[in-house]
Design a protein. Structure first.
Lengths: 324, 153
């Protein structure tokens, strides 16, 4: 982190960039938040460790409207989202200085708590340039420890790879943390009977409190005026007009980003009710891969999005749904 | 799109499916017209909604139809290659393949959703398709209520 911080200070002081987009220390050591830094002094609050899971690409839409260049720290998976935003003309590449930061998997405080570690005061071993695979956790009940991999976000177990797809310079080493199959959860659900699937999703989605966090954090959800903010749409109000709204919201949300979703997993990370929202996105990704050939959104900034393209020989909807 | 479930109001009546058919103005709606003027019958459970092109059908329309109590939704458009707007139905094909697969994923069986290409000259096909689809929905029975667990009385 020191090397990164030093480089950011240099960039700011020699005038290459007007501001830096990174993470600022939160109230505790495990809740850093995205922030803009305007000067080298402000950078004293800058932090980059295992808890900096937030994808900063979406904030570059805001930065594109500001004066001067912005330096942004992107992890390998975030660069997919940034590429996708270039394709959609939502960010300005000319006004961006991308620093590809190293990543060895991001941590989830809920995972640590789920291991039975409560009353956490501080955690060490979270550095991104570190090598240790053990976290040492100071709690009010004494010192505890757990494995780094056990505390990782679910999305990091199906890592997109350690390669930055777009960058100006790279600081730090990245590691591919894949140890699971990306579509195994989707396949498990597909194997269930329709009624079971229905009950599963009803149980999950019934927890939704419509906080809109999944939409607000999603780098693909970048409409200035969202359909869900329209006064004509029932969900504009928090109170339910009919009992169908959560399902409608989540299906439409996933459909809007179908073919553009880079599977960054931010929706599931921010959900306060821990709804596995990535399942919807992954289902679409899996279907697109099966029906229209392998496609990875954000791999480059040129390829056509599968839903704005077609082929004369595409499969018929009836064949693809019954052919499974 | 005012769809009320009136057929179901009286308890002693037999259950009747509610089927929504989105028909494109240029082919399928004319096909339905031809079915009528050729005196070919199709079930009264099918409610036709005319749309300018099958690709006008927003996924939200389909979700709305299910929300308001539809047991099946069918989209009819021009045959691929015959679209009045040249390529509209090719986009429909991709969109609906994904949406129907997603609906199946959350528990609305794929027999309840269908895309069929019906041209203006295919009155017989329109009538046969609707009869077949209605029979399918009848065999599947009432659709799952897509409502929220918290709102269940």
């Amino acid at each position: 982190m020191q090397e990164l911080k030093k480089r950011l200070c240099e960039l700011l002081s020699d005038g290459t960039v007007a501001r830096v987009l990174g993470w600022r220390r939160g109230e505790t050591s495990f809740d850093p938040e995205p922030a803009f830094f305007g000067s080298a002094e402000e950078l004293s609050d800058f932090v980059y460790d295992g808890f900096c899971g937030a994808n900063l690409s979406k904030m570059m839409i805001e930065a594109a409207r500001l004066e001067g260049k912005t330096a942004v720290c992107l992890k390998p998976c975030d660069t997919y989202s940034y590429n996708q935003l270039i394709k959609e003309h939502r960010v300005d590449r000319e006004k961006t200085y991308i620093i590809g930061v190293g990543c060895r998997g991001k941590l989830d405080i809920d995972k640590i708590r789920a291991l039975g570690i409560k009353g956490i005061l501080s955690i060490s071993g979270t550095e991104c340039d570190g090598d240790g695979d053990t976290l040492l956790i100071k709690t009010v009940y004494g010192d505890k420890s757990c494995k780094y991999a056990d505390a990782m976000l679910s999305r990091c177990h199906v890592c997109r790879g350690k390669e930055h797809k777009i960058y100006d310079e790279i600081i730090g080493e990245s590691r591919d943390t894949t140890d699971g199959d990306r579509f195994s959860e989707v396949e498990k659900l597909e194997a269930m009977a329709p009624r079971e699937r229905f009950e599963f999703f009803r149980r999950e989605l019934s927890r939704c409190i419509r906080c809109n966090a999944c939409r607000n954090v999603c780098p693909a959800c970048s409409c200035r005026k969202c359909v869900f903010d329209s006064n004509n749409f029932d969900s504009a109000q928090k109170a339910n007009v009919d009992p169908f709204e959560e399902k409608m919201f989540h299906i439409i949300r996933a459909f809007h980003v179908a073919g553009r979703c880079t599977d960054c997993g931010e929706c599931s990370r921010v959900c306060p009710e821990n709804i596995p929202l990535h399942l919807f996105n992954r289902k679409f990704i899996k279907d697109i891969n099966t029906f229209y050939g392998e496609y990875t959104a954000g791999e480059d900034a040129e390829a056509k999005c599968p839903l704005t393209d077609f082929d004369f020989g595409d499969a018929e909807p009836g064949d693809v749904t019954s052919g499974r | 799109m005012q769809i009320e479930k009136t057929a179901h109001a009286a308890e002693n009546k037999e259950w009747k499916p509610m089927i929504v058919a989105f028909c494109c103005n240029w082919c399928s709606y004319a096909g339905a017209d031809l079915a009528g003027s050729s005196r070919l019958s199709y079930p009264a459970d099918v409610k036709i909604i005319r749309v300018p092109c099958s690709c006008r059908v927003n996924p939200m329309f389909i979700l709305r139809a299910f929300e308001r109590g539809a047991d099946g939704v069918i989209i009819c458009g021009c045959h691929p290659g015959d679209c009045h707007y040249t390529t509209g139905n090719y986009y429909t094909r991709r969109r609906m393949a994904l949406l129907f697969s997603m609906l199946d994923f959350i528990g609305v069986e794929n027999g309840r959703t269908r895309v069929e290409w019906v041209s203006a000259a295919e009155g017989a096909k329109f009538s046969a398709t609707m009869n077949e689809f209605t029979a399918k929905i009848r065999s599947l029975g009432e659709n799952v209520r897509l409502g929220d667990l918290r709102c269940r009385n």
